[in-house]
Design a protein around this ligand. Structure first.
Ligand code: GAL
Length: 441
């Protein structure tokens, strides 16, 4: 990779003076050729234009969605060289560390993937690392085109700080339709049914649940669904405000259910990634998996069709609740090519961009005016759910809690998946909650 060009300092404003004739002629010549010159100013390049987009989208579905967006950008701005700076690892498990190093070192990409909510605001905005981008929404008349509740979680002190490219649902159970049909099973709707179906499948020699927790986040993802399924939406939301105690009998119950579910997962789970787990469902090695609807993008990228080879239901016990997260892109202060970054963000916020990306990604558009006919059956059902159900934030994907809190929960999970000690986990989670709830007051 070539070393980035040094950004030029912003042009200074000069006091007004009468311009002598020679200067006016020079300005005239400059204005005549100016359109052919590269733009100057802070964060604007003079050499070849480059746009570096940082994300963790490398798996099937997510990579295709990103590529579709890149294609549109390239067609619109053919002179800008695009750099697809991806760091593999679901949920940003590796990318976030690398991003932090780059941001601390004053070497930001032009724009980066960041979850809407606490991850964006607490990690980057409050720390003064991002530029407000309300102007993009205002200039295009798009302030009314996004759900107010989503704008709220990407805003701070009256300014918007990122463009939400998608909305994902985290609480979905995906299943292999042929396996379920062959064994006369219905997808489970409640947690007791879930355990019953697991037991029935296991009795027939089929591994019930595919899990790929080579990154601990997928275990937390599963627990998140079990927590919502056990507590219901209001008490789950209370976990993030201090209104719901983490050491209550209900939490211990959820942890115990999670521990029972672990008996039914593939034995090589610790070596597998989330997409590897979805592949197990496709291959019929496992019957079902709980994963966010980027899994839907993966099924499709592997040539599968919703309601044919794979089916879905809300994670057991969570019908009527939409556990949401949103991938967004922001404008880091000191972006090497600010102009190209703004063009990227404008594309990401546009109907055209969202309707190119989301059908492949498995997500729904965050804009409310996109073309529904471009989305498949699953996605149309997710659109309806988002509109009518109770929305709660995903903790695994940056919406519910600050990254420090999330990291501390993940540490507890790393121990819990080994010792399955529900009492210890509940007590540890309660202690962490006390610290972070206090800090946020
Ligand atoms: C989530 C992200 C999704 C998808 C998933 C797996 O955190 O929001 O867009 O990429 O990780 O990598």
């Amino acid at each position: 990779m070539k070393a980035p060009c040094k950004a030029l300092p912003a042009r200074r404003r000069c006091p007004r003076r009468r311009a002598p004739a020679a200067v006016l002629i020079a300005i005239g010549i400059f204005l005549a050729v100016a359109p052919a010159l590269p733009a100057l100013g802070s964060g604007e390049r003079t050499g070849p234009r480059r746009l570096e987009i940082f994300s963790w989208w490398t798996a099937g579905g997510e990579a295709e969605g990103l590529a579709a967006l890149f294609d549109i950008y390239r067609a619109k701005f053919p002179t800008v060289f695009m750099i697809n700076a991806t760091v593999a690892g679901g949920a940003g498990s590796n990318a976030k560390t690398e991003l932090a190093t780059r941001m601390q070192g004053g070497n930001p990409p032009d724009s980066f993937q960041v979850h809407a909510g606490h991850e964006l605001i607490d990690t980057w905005v409050v720390a003064g690392k991002m530029e407000p981008i309300t102007f993009i929404f205002r200039a295009n008349g798009w302030l009314e085109k996004f759900p107010r509740s989503l704008i709220d979680i990407i805003s701070w002190k009256g300014e918007i700080y990122s463009v939400p490219l998608d909305i994902h649902r985290s609480n979905v159970l995906w299943y292999n339709t042929a396996l379920f049909a062959a064994h006369h099973l219905s997808p489970p709707r409640t947690l007791p049914e879930f355990l019953d179906v697991c037991s029935a499948l296991a009795a027939k020699g089929i591994t019930p649940i595919a899990l790929g927790d080579n990154g601990i986040w997928t275990s937390l993802h599963l627990l998140e669904s079990v927590l919502v399924g056990t507590l219901g939406p209001e008490k789950y939301k209370g976990l993030w405000t201090g209104a719901t105690r983490w050491d209550s009998p209900e939490i211990r119950n959820a942890l115990a259910t999670f521990a029972r579910l672990l008996r039914y997962v593939n034995s090589d789970h610790a070596a597998l990634s989330w997409d590897g787990a979805v592949q197990y469902v496709i291959d019929g090695k496992c019957a079902m998996t709980i994963m966010g609807d980027w899994a839907e993008g993966y099924f499709k990228a592997r040539g599968q069709t919703p309601n044919k080879e794979f089916g879905w239901v809300p994670s057991p016990g969570t019908a009527g609740t939409f556990v949401m997260l949103s991938d967004s892109f922001g404008l880091p202060r000191g972006a090497p090519d600010r102009e190209a970054a703004v063009q990227w963000l404008t594309l990401a916020a546009s109907r055209e961009g969202q309707d190119a990306f989301n059908p492949k990604k498995g997500s729904i558009p965050s804009r409310t005016d996109c073309d529904r006919s471009l989305y498949d059956q699953y996605q149309q059902s997710a659109m309806d759910s988002y509109r009518s159900e109770i929305i709660v934030p995903s903790v695994t994907h940056g919406a519910a809690a600050a990254e420090g809190w999330l990291a501390a929960i993940q540490d507890v999970m790393s121990t819990f998946v080994c010792d399955l000690n529900t009492d210890k986990a509940a007590v540890d989670l309660a202690a962490i909650s006390a610290k972070y709830v206090k800090a946020s007051r």
